[in-house]
Write a protein that binds this ligand. Structure first.
Ligand code: ANZ
Ligand code: ZN
Length: 868
C-alpha cells in the first residue's frame, strides 16, 4: 500500500476492474429484488457541467447503496441527442449537427466514466440514432391510426426574415432572436398528441405518487388545471349580426352571469372576422394581435387592448343586449375563444372596462358586506352571496351555480362542463435535427402513415442547416416518395418531432435497448419498470415529467407495459451555485469574471474584504452567489477538479456540502477539506495495514475503552443506514463516518484486540463510504485483506448489542436544579440508582440540613431529589 493517497492510480485501477468484470452489466434475475435507478439523461452539449456531476453522483450513490442491499440494480445512461443547440453550433462552425453531436457524446462519455459511475453501458441509448427513433416512429403510426395523434392547423411564431418557425424561447420581446424581425403568428398544419384525453387520469394518478415531492405534484396539478364551470350561450342579436346563432363562452363563475356587461372574443374568432369586413381599423387591430409571441406568459402580462364591434348578443337570462368586443386578452385556443365579461368580479375584465368606460355591475356581496361599492378600485374576485341578480339573490356560489344551470338548461342555453387548462401537445417542429415524422402526403389518399416495413424514416446526417427554414423541405431526395396506399407520387412530411418526444420513453427502452421486435420487449420492460428512483432537475417538474407520464399510459394502452406510472420515487436535486464577480464597464454593462481567475482578500479574522482579478491585480465587485451559468461566467469545470483531486474527492464534496434537494454552494475550501478527509482515511489505513493484518476480534472480551470504540463503529452504521437508506441525507451520513474516523484515529493500537477492532472500524469506513467514494473504498477493501471486491459486498450489518451501554450517565438534580452526574450500571434497579444519587457528594452538600421528601427517577436519564 502506497504511503500517500494517490487518487489517479487507484481510480484507474478500480475502473479497470469494474470494466473487466463487467460489474455493472445487469440481466433479469427472476426472484431477485430489482432496483431501477435512473438519472435524467444529458443533452450532449459538449462537456459535463457541475449540475450533471451532482445529478449523476446522487443517482450513483443510491444505485450502489441498493446494490449493497443485495438488490439487482439497473442504472443505465444515454443521450438526449436531438435538438436546437446542435443546429446552432452547426451554423456557427459549419459542421453537420450529427458530427458535432457524436463527438460531444464521445467526450462526455469519457467524462462520465472518469466519475466512476456504476452504469450498465451496454444499455446506452442515443436518441438521434435510427435504431432508437424507429420505435418512436412506429408508435407514432400506431397512435395516428388510433386518432391519438391528429393533424390540424396550429398557431406558431413565424420569423418573416429568416422564413422560419421559432420556438417560444426564441422570441425575445416579440422579435426573432437572430433576425430581430417582428414575429408574426401563423397558422400552419401541425401534429398533435391528444394528451387532453388523458388529462383526468394524469391528474388523479398523481395521488398515487407518494414518492414524489409535493411541490412537483402541485406544479403538475396547476399545469393540468382542471376547472369546473359552465358553457353559456349568448343568442345573436339578429339585427346586428344578420344570422341566427349564439356565441358560446366558458366561465368558471356562472354565479356572476347577471353581472356580465359585455362579451369579448379573440382576434381569431369568427365574430371578429365578421365584424372586420369593411372595417379597416378593426382589421388592423386583428392583424396586430396576430403579431407577438404565443407564449401564455406574454399574454398574461401584455397591456389589455380591444376594439368595439357593431355586433350585439343577448343575455341568456335577461335578454339585455350586450356589445361584442374584440380583445387581445381572450385566447382563441382556450375555452370557446370568447368570454362573458364581468368587470366587477374579474381582474382582466375590470382593467379592460376601466380603460374603455364599459359598465361595471356588482353581483357578489363583498366580505365586508358591501352591496354596491363605488367607485370600484378593483375587481372583487372572491366567492360570496349573490346580489343584484333577481331570483338568485342571496344564494351562495354552489347554490347559484346549480340554480343558474337549471335556468340555462330550461332555455337550452347552457350546461355545466369540466375543462382543463392543459392543451393538446403540438409536436411538429420545422427543424432539421429531430426525428422525422413518419407520414406521407398523397393527393388522393391524404395523410398516410409510413408502413412498418418502411421504417425507420432515416434523417440524413450529412446536412449543415443554414437557419432559413428546414433543409429537409429543400431536399427532394428526402421528401420525394410514392404513396404506400396507391403508389402515386407523394411527398414525405419534412417536419420533425419535438425532442420532448424522445425523452418521454427512453427510460422504457433501457430495459431492452437492442430489442428489434418492438419498442420494448414487454416481459423485460415489466421486469424493471416502473423506475424505483428517478433523479433530475426541478426545471423538468412540469413538461418532461408530464409527457413521460403520458407516454407511459400510451404504452400501457398499447399493451407494452403493465404499470400506470413510470417513476415511483422522484428526487429533484437542487442547483449548484457559486459566487459571481464583475466589473462595471463605462457603458453600464457588466463584465463577469470566472471565480478561478479571481483572488479573494480577507482580513485577520478571515472575513472577506474584497476580491481582485489575478491577471491584473485590480479589484472586482462581488456579485453574490447564483446558479452556475455561462451568462454570469461563474461555472467551475468539473473536469479540472477531477484532474486535480480525483473523482472521489469531487463526489465526496458534492454529497457532503448539502442534502441533494437543496442548493449546493461551490467552495474551493470545501473541496480541499473533502480531499484532506480522504487522505486521513488513507493514512490511518496505511499505518494499520503496514503492520500486518490482525486476527479476528474476540467480542466477548472487550475492555471498556474497546467497547466505546465498537459502539462508535456501530453508531456510524446505524446513522449512515438511516440517512442514506431512508432519507437520502448523504451529508449527515458522511458526517457520521467523519465522527467515527475521529474515534478510530484516537483509539489505542497496542494489543491484538485493539488492532482487530481498528480493522473492523476501517472496514466499516470503507463500506459506508463505498457508495460515495467507490474508488478509494475499492482499494481499501483489498488492502484490508479481502479477496472479493467491495462492489460485491453487502452493506454492513448493525450489531445492536454493540450499542448497549454497560454504564449509564444520569443527571442528578436537587429541587429541579442540576447538581451533578452519576454513573450507574445499565442494569441497575431503581433502588440502586436512588441510593447512588443520595450518596453523591454534591447531593449531600445541597441537601445538608434539609429533609429529603421525594426522589424521582427517570430511567436512563435523571434523578430529581425533592428536599426542604
Ligand atoms: C366570467 C367570469 C367572472 C370569469 C369572474 C372569471 C371571474 P380558468 O379557471 O383558468 O379555467 N376565460 C374563458 N375563456 C377564456 C379565453 N378563451 N381567454 C381568456 N379568458 C378566458 O379560467 C376560466 C375563466 O377564464 C372564465 O371564467 C373566463 O372568465 C375566462 F368573476 O367568466 B370567467
Ligand atoms: Zn395515395
Amino acid at each position: 500500500m502506497h504511503e500517500l493517497y494517490q487518487p489517479r492510480e487507484i481510480e484507474a485501477a478500480a475502473q479497470t476492474y469494474w470494466d473487466e468484470q463487467q460489474s455493472f452489466v445487469v440481466s433479469e434475475q427472476p426472484g431477485k429484488d430489482t432496483f431501477y435507478c435512473l438519472s435524467m439523461f444529458p443533452y450532449p452539449s459538449g462537456k459535463l457541467h457541475m449540475g450533471h456531476v451532482r445529478n449523476y453522483t446522487i443517482g450513483d450513490v443510491i444505485a450502489r447503496y441498493q446494490r449493497m442491499q443485495g438488490k439487482n440494480v439497473l442504472q443505465p445512461m444515454g443521450w438526449d441527442a436531438f435538438g436546437m443547440p446542435a443546429e446552432n453550433a452547426a451554423m456557427k462552425n459549419n459542421v453537420a449537427p450529427a458530427k458535432w453531436t457524436y463527438e460531444n457524446i464521445a467526450y462526455m462519455k469519457t467524462q462520465l466514466k472518469s466519475l466512476g459511475l456504476a452504469i450498465d453501458w451496454s444499455r446506452e441509448v442515443t436518441t438521434c440514432k435510427p435504431d432508437y427513433y424507429r420505435w418512436e416512429q412506429w408508435l407514432f403510426t400506431k397512435l395516428f391510426e388510433k386518432g391519438v395523434i391528429y393533424r390540424k392547423n396550429g398557431t406558431v411564431n413565424w420569423d418573416p426574415v429568416d422564413q422560419t418557425v421559432l420556438a417560444n424561447e426564441q422570441v425575445i420581446d416579440g422579435r426573432g432572436w437572430r433576425s430581430g424581425a417582428l414575429v408574426e403568428k401563423r397558422e400552419i398544419p401541425m401534429y398533435y398528441f391528444k394528451i387532453t384525453a388523458y388529462a383526468d387520469e394524469l391528474l388523479s394518478s398523481l395521488d398515487e405518487l407518494d414518492g414524489w415531492p409535493e411541490q412537483v405534484k402541485t406544479m403538475q396539478r396547476n399545469w393540468i388545471g382542471k376547472s369546473r364551470g359552465m358553457e353559456v350561450s349568448f343568442p345573436y342579436d339578429q339585427a346586428s349580426i344578420g344570422t341566427a346563432g349564439a356565441l358560446k363562452v366558458f366561465t368558471t363563475r356562472p354565479d356572476t352571469l347577471l353581472g356580465a356587461t359585455y362579451v369579448a372574443v379573440a382576434a381569431e374568432h369568427p365574430l371578429a372576422t365578421l365584424a372586420a369586413k369593411g372595417n379597416a381599423e378593426l382589421q388592423a387591430f386583428i392583424d396586430e394581435c396576430k403579431h407577438g409571441g404565443v407564449a401564455e406568459a406574454d399574454i398574461a402580462t401584455q397591456e389589455k387592448k380591444g376594439l368595439p364591434t357593431p355586433l350585439f348578443v343577448e343575455h341568456p337570462l335577461t335578454g339585455a343586449k350586450l356589445p361584442v368586443w374584440v380583445a387581445n386578452y381572450v385566447l382563441m385556443n382556450y375555452g370557446e375563444g370568447a368570454v362573458m365579461a364581468v368587470p366587477a368580479h374579474d381582474e382582466r375584465d375590470f382593467e379592460f372596462a376601466h380603460k374603455y368606460n364599459l359598465p361595471v355591475k356588482a353581483v357578489i356581496r363583498t366580505a365586508a358586506g358591501d352591496e354596491t361599492p363605488a367607485p370600484w378600485q378593483d375587481a372583487y374576485g372572491e366567492h360570496g352571496q349573490l346580489i343584484n341578480s333577481g331570483e338568485f339573490d342571496g344564494l351562495d356560489f354552489a347554490g347559484a351555480f346549480d340554480a343558474i344551470e337549471v335556468a340555462l338548461l330550461k332555455k337550452a342555453l347552457g350546461q355545466a362542463r369540466t375543462q382543463f387548462r392543459l392543451r393538446d401537445w403540438g409536436i411538429s417542429r420545422q427543424r432539421y435535427w429531430g426525428c422525422p415524422i413518419p407520414i406521407i402526403h398523397c393527393d388522393s389518399c391524404g395523410d398516410v402513415p409510413v408502413p412498418e416495413e418502411q421504417l425507420p424514416v432515416v434523417l440524413p446526417e450529412d446536412v449543415v442547416p443554414d437557419g432559413a427554414g428546414s433543409p429537409l423541405a429543400r431536399m427532394p431526395e428526402f421528401y420525394s416518395c410514392t404513396c404506400p396506399k396507391c403508389g402515386a407520387p407523394a411527398k414525405r412530411e419534412t417536419d420533425t418531432m419535438d425532442t420532448f418526444v424522445e425523452s418521454s420513453w427512453y427510460y422504457a427502452r433501457y430495459a431492452s435497448p437492442q430489442y428489434s421486435g418492438g419498442l420494448v420487449d414487454p416481459a423485460v420492460a415489466n421486469h424493471w419498470l416502473p423506475v424505483d428512483q428517478y433523479i433530475g432537475g426541478i426545471e423538468h417538474a412540469i413538461l418532461h415529467l408530464l409527457y413521460a407520464r403520458f407516454f407511459h399510459k400510451l404504452m400501457r394502452d398499447e399493451g407494452l407495459v403493465n404499470s400506470n406510472e413510470p417513476f415511483k420515487n422522484l428526487l429533484t436535486q437542487g442547483m449548484v451555485i457559486a459566487e459571481t464577480y464583475y466589473r462595471l464597464e463605462a457603458n453600464g454593462a457588466k463584465t463577469w469574471f470566472n471565480p478561478a481567475d479571481v483572488e479573494i482578500e480577507r482580513d485577520a479574522k478571515a472575513k472577506i474584504t474584497g476580491a481582485k482579478l489575478k491577471s491584473d491585480g485590480l479589484p472586482v465587485e462581488i456579485g453574490g452567489t447564483e446558479k452556475m451559468a455561462k451568462s454570469k461566467n461563474n461555472g467551475v469545470d468539473p473536469q479540472s477538479m477531477i484532474d486535480q483531486y480525483g473523482a472521489d474527492t469531487c463526489r465526496l464534496f458534492m454529497m457532503f456540502a448539502s442534502p441533494p434537494d437543496m442548493s449546493l454552494e461551490w467552495s474551493d475550501s470545501g473541496v480541499e477539506g473533502s480531499h484532506r478527509f480522504l487522505r486521513r482515511v488513507w493514512r490511518l489505513a496505511q499505518a494499520h495495514v503496514s503492520q500486518g493484518l490482525p486476527g479476528t476480534l474476540d467480542q466477548a472480551n472487550l475492555s471498556d475503552g474497546q467497547k466505546d470504540v465498537r459502539r462508535a463503529i456501530h453508531l456510524a452504521i446505524k446513522q449512515a443506514s438511516q440517512d442514506i437508506g431512508l432519507h437520502h441525507k448523504f451529508n449527515t451520513a458522511i458526517a457520521a463516518v467523519m465522527t467515527l474516523m475521529n474515534v478510530l484515529e484516537k483509539a489505542a493500537q497496542d494489543s491484538t484486540q485493539d488492532r482487530a477492532l481498528l480493522q473492523e472500524g476501517l472496514e466499516t469506513v470503507a463500506l459506508l463510504l463505498a457508495p460515495i467514494t467507490p474508488h478509494i473504498s475499492h482499494d481499501l477493501w483489498l488492502e484490508l485483506g479481502h479477496d472479493g471486491a467491495i462492489i460485491d459486498t453487502n452493506w454492513p450489518v448493525l450489531d445492536e448489542s454493540a450499542l448497549v451501554l454497560d454504564n449509564l450517565q444520569l443527571v442528578v438534580q436537587v429541587n429541579g436544579k442540576l447538581r451533578g452526574h452519576i454513573e450507574v450500571p445499565a442494569t441497575a434497579s431503581r433502588e440502586d440508582v436512588e441510593a447512588a444519587a443520595r450518596v453523591n457528594e454534591n447531593v449531600l452538600r445541597f441537601t445538608d440540613g434539609l429533609t429529603i421528601r421525594k426522589v424521582i427517577v427517570v430511567p436512563g436519564k435523571l434523578v430529581n431529589i425533592v428536599a426542604s
